[in-house]
Design a protein around this ligand. Structure first.
Ligand code: 7GP
Length: 832
């Protein structure tokens, strides 16, 4: 099969001859129809939300014709497709992406203008679908974008959470979570199909029986069920006339409402079943620190994969399809372990429902799944207690036991007498309680296991799953993550995109990002560097404007923007960044450095903490407290600014990243699987200060050591330091500046003299410092001095920044897709 490359005919605008809207007049007609007959309002009486929805529906018309064609074509070709199973899709706003994909932006802008409306204002009306927590969810969104752009058949399966990731606010500097009512004003981007609802069963027991051929079989006698209603979303390719599907499942009760009970007056009881069922897709990742929360999460996982497998087998495949050929038609990619319960579910469908023999079913199942791991933290490797699994999915537990039994027989034969290895490789562990290791199940069943950056894949092979990689060396592979250039430069950074297009002569780089290499010679051209700097300066102005209205934050625009945006996690080390800021401030206060000698900088943070992650919330409060003090201290003379806009999300990322000069990627080596923010910053011309971790390693190799500020321990040094018995307090005692910095926090300087306020953070750092922030502190400060020296020479800094852009083409998610296709999926592109 030929490796698909992104396809884009180019030139045509709008991109589809079947599309109803080509001209400004056609747009105005389409928009007014949607407004008058879709919303039932006149232009004069319409609200901004009416206008946004009418606009979105007019734009989506241009995608719909192609969508139907795509599906018909795919059905005709009987092409193999990717079924991406992911509990999260962090999509970001849809309108802009649809406008870009269809090439309608100019027509729409002109049409709205003629009606006295503003595209910018209507854009701002959209609440982004935040159906993901962070990197893993955003990666899924980038991947489906790339597959559509490359004309590879793909269906993304997930959950239509009624409430996405919480909306973060700060009260007195502390994170407060609010529910994300993203559907409250209606959602013009989804197509519900209640008539195609699927039933999903839970609970009960199993029994054996003899079938009509005299074979001993097992069947599941479930106790209760819910329905999954599919909601389809369009995933448009970039100007190639292809639209793939994202199918998100919403739970509803099989028998929602008991009229008899209602009439008897018990209104709560009458809707109990409905409430219970709908809870399954109510909210993204409910708290799992309580037993109830855990159970709900397992229900979610099984709910969406059961719906998706049923959908594939019964709706997507032709009638009378021979399931022995399933691996030629679909590959289920498991986005981390959340969908891994799909493995026993497929076995159950094939063996119990289709009557297949175990070995035949297992051969099919092994070819139909592949597993991507996104972490290195042992506590993030999912396990489900046998008790809970047995209660919720008794038949699946039996199947898992049988898979394990057969597998352990194989291991026993391969390593006779090695009981310890046997115990190490068992899917079932007994500690701390009897549970199922989902990553092991995925590894045993999957055709391939991949990590998400070169270093991560190596550590996964050698440290996390060493027994398995020794047993199946060929099963393990790497696919370095990527980001979609459509959203993360073409849409988010129009200034830089225009400059690139002018310089390269055409827009082909948007689907062939390696072409950015052609910028390299321009890095030495002073005129080009000047234009590049103007773009960056304009992006800072835009960001400052956004933060002023969005957050009431005042940002200087003529200083270095030093940005750290990502989930709040101890391993990512936001505290290290914070210690740097407090150090600079302490040096001013103590007179060690004259304030005139301090390089002006704005430090920007964006981060949400998991609601139950105590210390992460303390760190947020400390950053806000330091910001408040530093920003208002006249001794600083405005040279240091700390800005922490609340509710960091995809929409805000699209503004922050293009404005950044310095990208903070400072996790402890060996902990960040890949990172994808790091790629977005480099692509937008920020320089990285970073550790030798995740995809930083590959970024540095590509952009060159001179254009990257490396610091900190390497992964083997980290291990050695911990093995020797790391003592953070002795690092503190032996580094006078570090001591002064921490003491300033402990003194209550940032908490109105209250010494207890940040005691948990201080004692965590001095007592444990699990992620060695103090051990890397001196190296980090030294690297920051190199940053300052480099920034002092604007021309050279621009050169480095341009080279970062020019050498980031590898990080396109289009390239990631080529790698998945070559190494794992073997799915050819479809012809138009
Ligand atoms: C993240 C990793 O932390 C990040 O390094 C990586 O770039 C990203 O996935 C995409 O591969 N992991 C998650 O977001 C996550 O939820 C669950 O992992 C184990």
């Amino acid at each position: 099969y030929p490796s698909p490359r992104p396809t884009s005919p180019g030139g045509l605008s709008p991109y589809d001859k079947d599309a109803p809207i080509h001209t400004v007049d056609e747009f105005i007609n389409g928009f007014m129809d949607e407004l008058n007959f879709g919303r039932g309002v006149s232009l004069a009486r319409s609200s901004r939300n009416d206008q946004y929805i009418a606009l979105s529906k007019a734009v989506r018309q241009n995608l719909q014709a192609r969508w139907m064609k795509t599906l018909a074509r795919q059905y005709e070709e009987q092409a193999k497709s990717v079924a991406y199973l992911s509990a999260e899709y962090l999509l970001g706003r849809q309108l802009d992406n649809a406008l870009l994909a269809t090439g309608m932006t100019d027509v729409v802008e002109e049409g709205l203008d003629a009606l006295g409306l503003s595209l910018d204002r209507l854009r701002a009306q959209e609440t982004e679908p935040g159906l993901g927590n962070g990197g893993l969810g955003r990666l899924a969104a980038c991947f489906v974008d790339s597959l559509a752009t490359m004309s590879v058949p793909c269906i993304g399966y997930g959950i239509r959470y009624e409430y996405g990731i919480f909306r973060q606010e700060f009260e007195d500097g502390w994170q407060v979570e609010h529910s994300d009512r993203w559907l409250a004003l209606g959602n013009p981007w989804e197509f519900p199909h209640p008539e195609h609802a699927v039933t999903v069963h839970f609970g009960g027991s199993t029994e054996t029986y003899t079938d009509d051929r005299g074979r001993e079989r097992t069947r599941w006698l479930p106790a209760w069920d819910v329905q999954g209603v599919p909601y389809n979303y369009m995933v448009p390719g970039y100007r190639n006339g292809r639209v793939n599907t994202l199918r998100l499942w919403s739970a509803r009760a099989t028998r929602a409402f008991d009229l008899r009970i209602f009439n008897a007056g018990d209104y709560v009881e009458a809707v109990r079943a409905q409430t219970f069922a709908e809870n399954i897709s109510k909210v993204l990742y409910p708290e799992d620190s309580t037993p109830q929360g855990k159970e709900l999460r397992l229900q979610q996982q099984y709910f969406f994969v059961a719906c998706s497998l049923r959908d594939q087998l019964e709706n997507v495949l032709p009638k009378y399809f021979d399931l022995a050929n399933l691996p030629d038609r679909v590959i289920f990619q498991l986005n981390d372990t959340h969908p891994v319960i799909a493995i026993p579910e497929l076995m159950r469908l094939l063996v119990d429902e289709k009557g297949m023999e175990w070995d035949d079913a297992w051969a099919i199942t092994q070819k139909c799944f592949a597993y991507t791991c996104h972490t290195l933290l042992p506590e993030a490797l999912e396990v489900w207690s046998v008790e809970l699994l047995g209660k919720l999915l008794p038949r699946h537990l039996e199947i898992i036991y049988k898979i394990n039994e057969i597998f352990l027989d194989e291991v026993r034969a391969a390593y006779p007498g090695d009981e310890i290895k046997l115990r190490r490789m068992s899917i079932i562990t007994d500690h701390p309680e009897r549970s199922v290791r989902m990553a092991y199940l995925a590894t045993i069943a999957g055709s391939k296991v991949n990590g998400v950056a070169a270093l991560h894949s190596e550590l996964l092979r050698d440290k996390v799953l060493p027994d398995f990689s020794a047993y199946w060396p060929d099963k393990f592979t790497n696919v370095t993550n990527g980001i979609t250039p459509r959203r993360f430069i073409r849409l988010s950074n129009p200034g830089l995109s225009d400059l690139i297009t002018q310089t390269l002569g055409d827009e082909g780089w948007v689907t062939d990002l390696e072409r950015l290499r052609e910028l390299e010679p321009h890095a030495d051209d002073p005129a080009f560097r000047e234009k590049f700097r103007q773009v960056k300066a304009a992006n800072k102005q835009t960001l400052a404007q956004v933060l002023s209205t969005r957050d009431n934050i005042t940002l200087p625009t003529d200083v270095m923007y030093d940005v750290m945006v990502k989930r709040l996690h101890e391993y990512k080390r936001q505290t290290l960044k914070l210690l740097h800021i407090v150090t600079l401030y302490e040096q001013i206060l103590s007179g060690k450095v004259a304030v005139e000698d301090v390089m002006p900088r704005a430090f920007l943070f964006g981060a949400k903490a998991a609601p139950g992650y105590r210390i992460a919330k303390e760190i947020i409060a400390l950053i806000n407290a330091v910001g408040k003090t530093v920003n208002n201290d006249p001794q600083v003379q405005g040279r240091l600014t700390v800005a922490f806009p609340a509710n960091y999300n995809v929409t805000l990322a699209e503004r922050l990243i293009p404005a950044a000069d310095l990208s903070e990627q400072i996790s402890l080596a060996g902990k960040e699987a890949s990172g994808t923010g790091n790629m977005k910053f480099a692509l937008n011309g920020a320089l990285t200060i970073g550790t030798d971790d995740g995809a930083n390693v590959e970024i540095r190799q590509l952009v060159g050591d001179d254009n990257f500020f490396l610091f900190g321990m390497l992964e083997p040094e980290v291990e050695a330091t911990i093995a020797e018995g790391y003592s953070p307090v002795s690092v503190y005692e032996n580094n006078p500046q570090l001591k002064a910095t921490i003491d300033l926090i402990a003194s209550g300087h940032f908490s109105d003299g209250d010494r207890n306020r940040f005691e948990p953070v201080i004692s965590n750092l001095l007592g444990e410092d699990r992620f060695l922030a103090l051990a890397d502190y001196a190296a980090y400060l030294e690297a920051q001095q190199r940053v300052e020296a480099a920034y002092a020479d604007p021309d050279d800094w621009s050169r480095k920044a341009i080279l970062n852009v020019a050498r980031s083409g590898f990080f396109s998610s289009d390239r990631s897709m080529v790698d998945y296709i070559d190494r794992i999926w073997h799915t050819p592109a479809i012809t138009q």
